[in-house]
Design a protein. Sequence first.
Length: 138
Amino acid sequence: MPSPFSGGCLCGTIRYECSAEPIMVANCHCRDCQRASGSAFATNLVVPVESVSLTTASPTYHDTLADRGHTMSRGFCPTCGARLMLKNTAYPDILVIHASSLDDPSWVRVGMDIYTASAQPWDFLDPQRRHFPHMPER
Ligand SMILES: [Zn+2]
Ligand SMILES: [Zn+2]
């Protein structure tokens, strides 16, 4: 997977660069990702938090309580609404980047499926990948 890589929102207000390769890539089938993404899952790239720099403006964050009591903050562009990234207070050393925001998402290789317990019956789960009903242990 290439690094550095870059991305941004739909309207171009928010741009970022990431200097590291993703630690892992997962399709998340939780209900929150479904509601926020507008689809059956979100494809999430986990990267070290210090490897990401915002080059223009900062996203607006919407906080939700996650199932283990920590806070998930979903970053989106306040102008166009596109989702960019996600922070989790349980793992302050990492940042999650949504594959949809990459300038070139074609190189992404999904390694696993998580929160498959809430996957939709019309969703396709690739049997070649590892499946976790909830969040896998780190
Ligand atoms: Zn935007
Ligand atoms: Zn999710």
